[in-house]
Design a protein around this ligand. Sequence first.
Ligand SMILES: [Zn+2]
Length: 191
Amino acid sequence: MFIGHYAVALAAKRVAPRTSLGTLFAATSLADLLWPVFLLFGWEQAHVVPGPNPFLTLWLDSIPISHSLITLIGWGALFAYLYRVRTGDGRAALVVALLVVSHWLLDYVTHRPDMPLYPGGTPWGLGLWNSVTGAVAVGVGGIDIERDGALPGRALPETALSVTAWPESALNASPATPHSVTPFPVTPHSN
Ligand SMILES: [Zn+2]
C-alpha cells in the first residue's frame, strides 16, 4: 500500500517544488510511520492473519490515533506548523498538511473497514486490497501519476524506488532501503 502514498507525494512535487521529496514522502506516509510506534506502546492493535491474499496478512484491529480522519487532520496541522516554522513557506506547509490527510482517503479506498472518522467511531473502508487485480491496477495507476508528477530528469529513479517498494509492502516487509534500489526502465516490455 506504500506505492499509492508515494505516488501522491511525487505528484505534489508539482505544487510544492521547493519541498524535498523526503518531506513529501514523510507527509503522505506519516500515519504509517506513527502506527508501529503506537503499536509498540500498546495504544493501537493489529495481528497477522495467514491467508492467500498477500495484501491482507496484517489485520488492523484498532488504529484510531494514527489513522482516524480527525487525528490525521491534527497530525497534518502539527506537521505543517513545524514545517512552516522551519522553512517559512506557508503555501508548502498547506500542501504538506493536505498530504498527511490524503493518507486517510487512500487507505479508505484500499483497506477493509478499519479506518475510523474519529477515535471510537465506526471504521470504514472499501477494501480494494481484497482484489489482487484491483490492487495491481492501483499500483500501475500510481506509476502513471508518478511519471506525470515527478520532475523532469528525476522521474526514472523515483519511479523505480516505488516499484521496488510495492511488492515488499505487499508482503508486509520493511520498505526498500535506498541501497537496495536499482533503477530500471519504466516500460521494460517494449519488444
Ligand atoms: Zn496507512
